[in-house]
Design a protein around this ligand. Structure first.
Ligand code: SAH
Length: 352
């Protein structure tokens, strides 16, 4: 595949412009990261050099469509890649932070039953250039709204720990270039045990989120099929090794699904899994977002509140995640690269 604008490390970019003095390639590097996606606007460079950059450093992402909700505070960006695959990223502006949710694969092979990306299947891994450029574009979009991009969540399309080869160089690059603290970067996994173990040894202490959704193997096998390969005991053991090394918080993601995983007994089992970890895991409840392939509703508000209470009574820290972007199919599990996801409104539920 052709290398795109953000694929190369600093040194390799220099080699591409080896005929020029070193300060020129430094200038180009800075312009790539800080001056937007159109080289013609990089007026510190000569026109000739700008034209050369545009030709030898093509962008990886072509904008297809941007959907806006929450009065512009949530933007879903649909991108086309060079091979025609499509991916999405979502920029969310909050009073105290600006977060981008990025994709690491076109599609996903994990096949979680309630997730639109999983329902659509796997196309391919993204490259470093395709991942880093999502952050660069979101940073620009934040700036155009007078904001500074402060957080990254790797919770878009794909399973990040199935694409570590591109994930880690990308995370390290944006951490360095955009001075984002590791505490403001979160990687979410379906629970790939070996990947969690490697994450614990990475130099950069990013946050870990684990998409749990069920606290017993029988139910988790149905919702998250990879559980057959990495059952809950193995997963909890790897989380525990991670905590021993890192002493950081782990979050468990839990989509609240009506009548499926929202009973008192589910909350109790979840609490006892949390207690096996020290410090205990934090639980993020996400009201299930509708997807075409999973005709079950999200839990209603009352059930969510009750589930929350049960966890709290057992001493578990819990938050209910506000559902950003659900009216533009940009919410958790709804990213499907432009395919229609809309199912009609949920009768209730949702934090927004
Ligand atoms: N593959 C990684 C990264 C995706 S993160 C992972 O599984 O963690 C996307 C998050 O949204 C995951 O926690 C996922 O389980 C959750 N999710 C998927 N479909 C959803 C839906 N329909 N409603 C709410 N959350 C969903």
């Amino acid at each position: 595949m052709v290398l795109t604008r953000f694929d190369r490390e600093r040194e390799a970019l220099g080699e591409l412009f080896a005929d020029l003095p070193r300060y020129r390639s430094d200038q180009i590097w800075r312009a790539i990261y800080y001056e937007g996606d159109d080289p013609m606007q990089w007026t510190a460079l000569s026109l000739q050099l700008r034209e050369r950059v545009a030709e030898v450093l093509p962008t990886a992402l072509t904008p297809v469509h941007t959907s806006i909700s929450d009065d512009g505070d949530t933007q879903k960006m649909l991108w086309e890649l060079a091979d025609g695959s499509r991916i999405e990223s979502v920029l969310m502006l909050y009073p105290d932070r600006a977060t981008v949710c990025i994709s690491t694969q076109a599609g996903c092979a994990m096949a979680c039953s309630f997730c639109a990306t999983g329902q659509a299947g796997f196309t391919r891994h993204l490259s470093v250039g395709e991942i880093v450029e999502q952050v660069a574009r979101a940073r620009q979009a934040a700036i155009s709204r007078g904001r500074r991009l402060s957080n990254i969540v790797v919770m878009g399309m794909g399973e990040p720990l199935a694409n570590e080869r591109a994930l880690w160089p990308s995370v390290e690059r944006v951490h360095r270039e955009y001075e984002l603290s590791a505490r403001h970067i979160t990687v979410s996994t379906v629970g790939l045990v070996a990947g969690i173990d490697r994450l614990a040894d990475r130099p950069l202490p990013v946050n870990l989120a684990v998409s749990l959704h069920a606290a017993d193997d029988e139910l988790r096998n149905q919702l998250v099929p990879i559980n057959r390969r990495h059952p809950i005991d193995d997963l909890i053991a790897s989380c525990s090794r991670y905590l021993e090394k890192r002493r950081r918080r782990i979050s468990f993601e839990w989509a609240m699904i009506d009548g499926v995983n929202d009973r008192d007994s589910d909350a109790e089992k979840l609490a006892s899994l949390c207690h096996r970890l020290s410090p205990s895991a934090h639980v993020n409840l996400i009201p299930l977002n509708p997807t075409p392939g999973y005709p079950v509703r999200g839990s209603d508000r009352k059930t969510i509140a009750r589930f929350c209470d049960t966890l709290e009574r057992h001493g578990v820290n819990v938050t209910v995640r506000r559902n950003r972007g659900d009216e533009i199919d940009a919410a958790c599990g709804q990213l499907a690269a432009g395919q229609p996801v809309r199912l009609g409104r949920r009768p209730s539920g949702g934090g927004s």
